[in-house]
Design a protein around this ligand. Structure first.
Ligand SMILES: *[C@@H]1O[C@H](CO)[C@@H](O)[C@H](O)[C@H]1NC(C)=O
Ligand SMILES: *[C@@H]1O[C@H](CO)[C@@H](O)[C@H](O)[C@H]1NC(C)=O
Ligand SMILES: *[C@@H]1O[C@H](CO)[C@@H](O)[C@H](O)[C@H]1NC(C)=O
Ligand SMILES: *[C@@H]1O[C@H](CO)[C@@H](O)[C@H](O)[C@H]1NC(C)=O
Ligand SMILES: *[C@@H]1O[C@H](CO)[C@@H](O)[C@H](O)[C@H]1NC(C)=O
Length: 555
């Protein structure tokens, strides 16, 4: 080792503390374990991987954090922009697994896949132009469903804390937002709502305190805030279904709408929830007009969980005459209202139709909430149209997960980098199209991808071994989300990052502290040489491995 100057010493100390090789600063590295579809990072009651936030050292410094299909998980490198070149070694090379450096054999499922790591390097230039600014970022998060609460309850305290810290602390992936169902959802042990009894009770006389399931959740979130050291979580709450007596068809799911005589009651129900949550010191930041309204119109053919049907015109009427005025004339007038919490294909027609039937309805909205499930078939131009029509409204993704489609595995594919890549594409695409934030679905699920009262099993970024209750598995999806959530804090502004060709996908941000975070993604089976050309800092050449995602932070 050549000892020169402050940087090397600093890196050396960080490396020492992490017992890792020189120039890799990781607080505690991932305990990587092969799994059926790739590999996962294992946490148990005594061990979990974390990465303390690092700042670029000096005006010329950078921090480069990398994850890859082969096994890099938040592998960090400190360096100087003036070094001009940097090479990110893949997991196998870092860990001296490769004998033959040209070809790496990866065991993926039952299939042996050849990864030509050095064959035909590709090149690309990312031009970062700081003067061209776009949307401001509000935050990132996941959903605290009944399923999440139930799984946590069964875990030893050390593992509960590992979940909280992995997701919401600065040394984890730094979430600051959370979606929360009002009443039950598909990820619950059974459907439920407030004031199921007495029926036909317009006064909601039995909605005077929180349900024990919500009381339990609040205690868990209090613990989460304390161990993750986060004062404020922006909670976005959404109802799946009202109590059955408010609906045209008295069932949790199926073709069913709100009865007209309960329009105000349903608005009051939302206000009640805001009041009771605030009384428990768990204020709600935003509500939506309800989860996936089209499930109660035609989606029920496939979707068998709690829903409430709305058409744009019935929702516009409810929003303009009931929900909007009820919230805005209350103590909770600043709580944000989002619509329509459904798929991209409803944009922008839903809002145009609302506007046509009740113009003032749109004025009550602070934001547009979108679910990702059909994004592959409906392009981002729909978002652009919606943004152009309503440029002053926030745009959020409020739900994403994999495993819902007929040809997919209905549950986790433990360790899948392919599934993580879908997330990388989605985050980058949405951020390039005006999104202010992104909230994923269940924060954690069990090995089966549940529990779900309708057996709607899907994947989650973190899978808990509920059989032993002794391990959690952080999947590649978790790190991919973290490449955004950990490095793009609230108040960051997206800036221009133009790529010279399609060899990588990228997005760049200027943070409130002036640091730049640039995320870039190589989905190819070959190495890519990325020239980062920053309008102030100049050029640096970064060689990245096949199938890898990176965030570089610099001043
Ligand atoms: C917990 O994980 C660490 C790191 O992988 C390992 O050394 C330790 O043996 C594990 N403990 C248990 C009880 O499995
Ligand atoms: C109020 O709700 C509780 C719990 O759901 C139920 O047991 C009780 O019967 C309800 N009270 C009335 C008056 O319906
Ligand atoms: C609601 O409360 C009012 C007065 O508090 C009462 O007159 C009315 O009958 C109640 N309505 C129902 C449906 O219980
Ligand atoms: C609502 O309609 C008015 C014209 O009546 C139009 O100017 C406005 O752009 C529309 N807004 C939306 C969101 O469709
Ligand atoms: C969960 O733990 C049990 C007991 O240690 C083990 O047999 C099982 O393979 C684990 N499940 C997964 C998905 O790793």
């Amino acid at each position: 080792m050549k000892v020169v100057g402050f940087i090397e010493t600093f890196v050396f100390l960080l490396s020492l503390s992490a017992c890792l090789k020189l120039s890799f600063a990781v607080s505690t590295p991932c305990a990587l374990r092969p799994s059926p579809y790739g590999s996962v990072c294992v946490c148990n009651v005594t061990y979990c991987d974390y990465l303390d936030p690092m700042s670029p050292v000096g005006v010329d410094g950078f921090v480069l954090t990398s994850s890859s299909k082969m096994g890099l998980r938040f592998s960090s490198k400190l360096g100087q922009y003036s070094d001009k070149t940097v090479v990110v070694k893949d997991y196998a090379e870092q860990n001296e697994i490769i004998q033959e450096p040209m070809v790496v054999l990866l065991n993926r499922g039952n299939r042996i896949e050849k990864l030509e790591s050095r064959a035909s390097k590709r090149k690309v230039t990312i031009k970062v132009e700081r003067k061209t600014k776009y949307q401001k970022i509000v935050g990132f998060g996941g959903a605290f469903t009944g399923a999440v609460s139930h799984i946590l309850e069964g875990l030893p305290h050390e593992l509960q804390d590992a979940v909280y810290q992995s997701l919401y602390s600065k040394k984890g992936i730094g979430f600051t937002m959370m979606r929360m169902p009002i009443g039950g959802c598909d990820f619950d042990l059974e459907p439920w709502a407030y004031n199921e009894l007495p029926e036909d009770d317009t006064n909601l006389s039995n909605f005077t305190q929180l349900h024990y399931l919500d009381e339990k959740k609040i205690k868990q979130i209090e613990r989460l805030k304390s161990v993750a050291n986060i004062q404020n979580i922006k909670i976005l709450a959404a109802a799946w279904s009202p109590p059955k007596w408010m609906k045209t068809r008295k069932s949790w799911n199926g073709l069913s709408f709100l009865k007209k005589n309960y329009y105000q009651t349903w608005a009051d129900y939302h206000l009640k929830f805001l009041e009771l949550m605030e009384a428990k010191n768990m204020p709600i930041w935003a509500i939506t007009t309800g989860n996936e309204p089209l499930n109660g119109v035609f989606g029920w053919v496939f979707v068998h969980f709690m829903s409430l049907g709305w058409t744009p015109s019935s929702q516009a009427k409810w929003l303009a005459d009931n929900l909007g005025p009820t919230i805005r004339n209350s103590k909770f007038k600043d709580v944000k209202i989002f619509s329509n919490d459904d798929q991209r294909y409803t944009f922008p027609f839903w809002f145009k139709a609302m506007n046509e039937s009740r113009k003032e309805s749109i004025n009550y909205l602070d934001g547009l909430a979108m679910h990702w499930y059909w994004d592959e078939y409906f392009g981002p131009s729909l978002i652009d149209e919606a943004h152009e029509l309503m440029p002053d409204k926030l745009i959020f993704n409020t739900e994403s997960c994999i495993g819902d489609k007929p040809l997919q595995t209905h549950g986790p594919e433990l360790g899948s980098w392919e599934r993580a890549e879908k997330y990388a594409h989605s985050y980058l695409e949405d951020l390039q199209h005006s999104f202010n934030g992104y909230i994923d679905w269940n924060l954690i699920l069990n090995e089966q991808g549940g529990p779900s009262y309708v057996d709607n099993f899907v994947d989650s970024p973190v899978i808990v071994n509920v059989t032993s209750g002794q391990e959690i598995y952080k999947q590649p999806i978790h790190y991919v989300i973290g490449h955004f959530s950990k490095f793009i804090p609230e108040g960051s502004i997206r800036i221009e990052a133009e790529r010279s060709n399609i060899n990588i996908v990228t997005a760049a941000f200027e943070r409130p502290d002036g640091t730049i975070s640039c995320v870039f993604f190589n989905s190819a089976q070959v190495e890519v040489v990325v020239t980062l050309a920053d309008s102030i800092r100049g050029n640096i050449e970064i060689t990245i491995p096949p199938k890898s995602l990176h965030t570089i932070e610099y001043n």
